[in-house]
Design a protein around this ligand. Structure first.
Ligand SMILES: Cc1cc2nc3c(=O)[nH]c(=O)nc-3n(C[C@H](O)[C@H](O)[C@H](O)COP(=O)(O)OP(=O)(O)OC[C@H]3O[C@@H](n4cnc5c(N)ncnc54)[C@H](O)[C@@H]3O)c2cc1C
Length: 392
């Protein structure tokens, strides 16, 4: 019998996001962390309320001030959020976990993965509870290691993890006109890189000093058909660059739609190996399959507003195509039509083209003209899956 759940090991930011996105795509999850205490989506508004908008950052070479970089609106016209937002990670984790609790998913605290074995079409994970020293087993279709730098899932796969990092980090509080002025500072010397990133108005900042820093990366040859690694379990970046968590969250959003797809009933074996090959027809615009959809807001019509729903979508910029409404209903996808405006053309979108968007908000394919419906059908037929969702 097919297991009822999928196991996520680790409740850091990548595990929490993966659980939330899988839930919204119809997958049952079991999420656990060895931590016993809780550390101190429509996630955007909560995140904005939580974060601190950095007004600017300063660039120094040694003691010489080289540049002042305004950050309040440096992404204007590219994103609805054109600023840099600084947020403590534990606040972010608490916020996402609350969203999971709202949909009745709870992190099994104090439960540690000891190991797992694969049986072809499923895995059995052995979990250990420190509080009563009990061991239990859990059957799942897949196991995802979101369990950080010392990942037990990575050990289970036997993957190599190479690289090294020398970094010092401190959360500090201070005052000062030159370096403690609620703006960011980046200081370069021949051998070091130091960064001050404020995260609130009260004079608190993260101070990081990098002496030598190489990212640690998973050997790409490491593979296991039933186990996946995301976040720090798969790659560790220097914290100075501020990319680790962001990259891990993107891993999760991407893995979620693929896992949700392969877990659907009647999925052919071949399809499971074809999820990475996207592309179908390329229109005349500069936007191509595998790109992120460009953001445009015209007269308060925001084309990103539809992306709050985690599902396959069609975006049409121009005239609506009634036959696609029926196709989308049958496929459990959504169609959104935006009246044409030159502004769409300026960002590379093509009038009356149909953009097929994946649940991770990237463009799967672009279709035009009378063969659009046939092209959409072909897209899914050649990959052996369709967007029908639902827990089985
Ligand atoms: C000081 C510092 C500053 C940083 N600043 C930034 C920044 O500004 N921006 C940014 O994007 N990134 C930053 N990072 C990186 C970021 O913190 C990590 O990339 C992020 O935490 C990775 O998330 P994760 O969910 O993959 O792993 P983790 O956060 O490490 O979470 C791992 C989870 O797995 C659980 N676990 C581990 N082993 C087991 C087991 N055997 N069984 C059960 N559960 C287990 C743990 O309890 C935990 O819940 C910083 C890192 C550091 C150290």
């Amino acid at each position: 019998m097919k297991p009822k759940t999928d196991v996520i090991v680790g409740a850091g930011p990548t595990g929490l996001v993966l659980a939330l996105w899988l839930h919204h795509q119809g997958v049952n999850v079991h999420i656990l962390t060895r931590q016993t205490v809780r550390p101190k989506l429509g996630l955007t508004e909560d995140l904005l309320a939580l974060g601190y908008k950095l007004p600017a950052s300063n660039l120094w070479v040694g003691e010489e001030h080289k540049a002042h970089i305004p950050l309040r609106d440096f992404g204007l016209e590219l994103t609805p959020y054109p600023f840099m937002l600084s947020t403590p990670q534990d606040d972010l984790e608490r916020m996402i976990e609350k969203r999971l609790n709202d949909v009745s998913i709870h992190v099994a605290r104090g439960s540690k993965l000891q190991g797992f074995v694969g049986h072809g079409s499923s895995i059995t994970a052995t979990l250990f509870r420190e509080i009563d020293e009990s061991s239990t087993t859990h059957e799942a279709s897949y196991i995802v290691g979101c369990d950080g730098a010392h990942s037990a899932v990575r050990r289970g796969i036997g993957a190599k993890f190479e690289g090294e990092t020398y970094i010092y980090i401190a959360d500090v509080e201070g005052k000062g006109d030159e370096h403690f002025n609620r703006k960011g500072h980046m200081v370069f010397t021949n051998d070091t890189f130091t960064q001050v990133v404020p995260y609130n108005e009260a004079g608190h900042a993260r101070l990081s000093l990098s002496i030598r820093s190489h990212s640690m990366m998973l050997d790409p040859k490491s593979r296991n058909n039933r186990a996946f690694l995301v976040g720090d379990a798969a790659h560790i970046h220097s914290p100075v660059g501020g990319q680790g968590m962001n990259t891990g969250i993107m891993d999760s959003v991407n893995l979620a739609w693929k896992l949700a797809t392969v877990l659907k009933p009647n999925m052919t074996k071949e399809a499971k190996y074809q999820l990475d090959s996207s592309l179908s027809r390329i229109g005349e615009g500069t936007v191509q399959p595998d790109d992120r959809l460009p953001w445009v807001e015209i007269n308060e019509v925001d084309n990103f507003s539809t992306l709050r729903e985690v599902c396959w979508q069609l975006h049409i910029y121009g005239e609506s195509v009634p036959e696609l409404e029926k196709w989308a209903r049958e496929m459990n996808a959504k169609v959104f039509t935006f009246d044409w405006h030159d502004q769409y053309g300026k960002v590379g979108l093509v009038k009356n083209a149909v953009y097929l968007l994946r649940p991770d908000q990237y463009i799967a394919g672009i279709f035009e003209g009378p063969s659009t419906k046939a092209g959409l059908d072909e897209y899914f037929a050649t990959r052996g899956f369709c967007p029908h969702a639902g827990r089985d």
